[in-house]
Design a protein around this ligand. Sequence first.
Ligand code: PEP
Length: 252
Amino acid sequence: MRQKIVAGNWKMNKSFQEAEDLLDEILEIMEEEKGENPQMVICTPFPYLELATDMMDEFHPKIGAQNVCEFENGAYTGEISANMLNSVGVEYCIIGHSERRKYYAENSGSLVKKLDLLLNEGITPIFCCGEVLEEREADKHFDIVRAQVEEALFHLNSDEIRNVVIAYEPVWAIGTGKTATSAQAQEMHAYIRALLNVKYSKDISEEITILYGGSCNAKNARELFSNPDVDGGLIGGASLKAEDFFKIYKSF
Ligand code: PEP
């Protein structure tokens, strides 16, 4: 279901105590916000997921993980399965983030498996796609994003794709302070929606939530979110301070 979403990606930041304090602050600010539209999602590091899900009630932010293992269970030392995430109350999971594609060789082959496992567990995947700077400068950004979307997502049937959130994150904008312009974001989001229209249907393409990510902050969120095909944001750095994150959340 298409929904306004602001999702925070804490990445590998915060001690346990700092995580608890930040969650407390967010909950305090969110006290008056009983509602699911926009939906706030907080993607914490693995060790804090259970703490986070325990702290939320049904009206509060949903909790997400930042990765999941591509295998179901068994001898995969150091990995975390989709079933484990479900068992501690996780409802969203980021996959295909550019940092994982770059440092951990995440590719469409493993993403297909991760998507299937997450959907089987009823966890909403937040699937990230986006081009690097050289690809944009060479005017290949549409081709790159099309390939990422087609290769990872298009094995899903119409019912399954409805349960996926897509995050367009131009890699050159992540953690750089260099945000895509509102027009660049809208153009790519509309393009992704058009791909979904061709593969599935107009109705399905209109049902899918597409987030923008890349140096989105309290100052630029309102303009980015005002675009018809931008349904919210995936927020890195600015999700680490409760006030900033809340301002972004209120930017629709
Ligand atoms: C991200 O990590 O997904 C991200 C968008 O980071 P930042 O907001 O810091 O650019």
